[in-house]
Design a protein around this ligand. Structure first.
Ligand SMILES: [Fe+2]
Ligand SMILES: [Fe+2]
Length: 265
């Protein structure tokens, strides 16, 4: 068993455009970068609103190992039950105690490494959730010692809260990364005790949009402040992802690299 792990992290996958781009590029990307484990955020795979089993299956088939979630988790009401169907789904661990599903999971890579994925949601501009810092402590106390890498998807709006979590967990996990804003940040760093951090991985979706939605409708809402349906853009997605290399003995990250694949013109 090799003692390092290459992990690919994909942020919010937005609707058909995002799924198409992954279908076109993900298998190659996994191959080219010798990826052992891949995680993606699935809160927007169903035309921007939530997750279904069928669409999640598309991602699993392409090589995604775990699907995290966020504030859109229950937009498809069927997911309240479907989340229990597969332990590769996680939803924020600091949702209320009544939420179905799990806040973290451990999955194995092809060569037997164990990767834990923890999902959290922020408290600032995100609704009323339990404290993500306390939830992280609670989950980490439960994770067994033989896990080779630990990833934390903090689904949150504000960068300060995400940066806070990065420092709070430095030395305890392999990476803390943000999702939700649909805009990638170029602040990737490895903290002194080996925890990688990036404020937001960015959306895999169309940037010829307003955070993945058709700009006309979104603009009408902003300008006229009247109800307007959001419609996801269906083509032309950019893939933003981040690759980390983790020492499987120490769980520390040794290398971090942002990846971007633009749509063909
Ligand atoms: Fe999102
Ligand atoms: Fe979100």
């Amino acid at each position: 068993m090799s003692d390092s792990l290459n992990i690919l992290i994909i942020g919010d996958v937005l609707g058909k455009a995002g799924r198409r781009a992954l279908r076109d590029h993900l298998p190659n990307l996994l191959d080219e970068h010798q990826i052992d484990f891949c995680v993606a955020n699935g809160e927007n795979i169903a035309a921007g609103f939530g997750t279904t089993l069928k669409l999640a299956d598309e991602l699993f088939t392409l090589g995604v190992d775990v699907i995290t979630n966020g504030n859109h988790c229950w937009d498809q009401r069927s997911f309240l039950e479907d989340i229990e169907e597969d332990d590769r789904f996680v939803r924020p661990a600091n949702f209320s105690k009544y939420a179905p599903g799990n806040g973290w999971t451990i999955q194995e890579t092809r060569d037997g490494h164990k990767v834990a994925v923890i999902n959290l949601i922020g408290q600032v501009f995100m609704g009323t959730w339990d404290c993500p810092f306390e939830a992280a402590d609670r989950v980490l106390a439960e994770i067994p010692d033989d896990v080779n890498a630990i990833l934390v998807d903090l689904h949150a709006e504000v960068t300060s809260e995400k940066m806070g979590m990065g420092w709070y967990l430095d030395g305890q996990v392999s990476m803390v990364y943000g999702t939700h804003t649909h805009v990638p940040t170029c602040d990737e760093i490895i903290h002194p005790s080996g925890t990688a951090f990036q404020s937001d991985i960015g959306m895999t979706g169309s940037y010829n949009s307003i955070i993945g939605m058709k700009k006309e409708g979104a603009l009408r809402r902003m300008v006229q402040r009247l109800p307007q349906r959001f419609e996801a853009v269906e083509r032309g997605a950019t893939i933003f992802a981040t690759k980390i290399t983790v020492n499987a003995q120490t769980r520390q990250t040794t290398h971090i690299q942002r990846i971007c694949i633009r749509p063909e013109a």
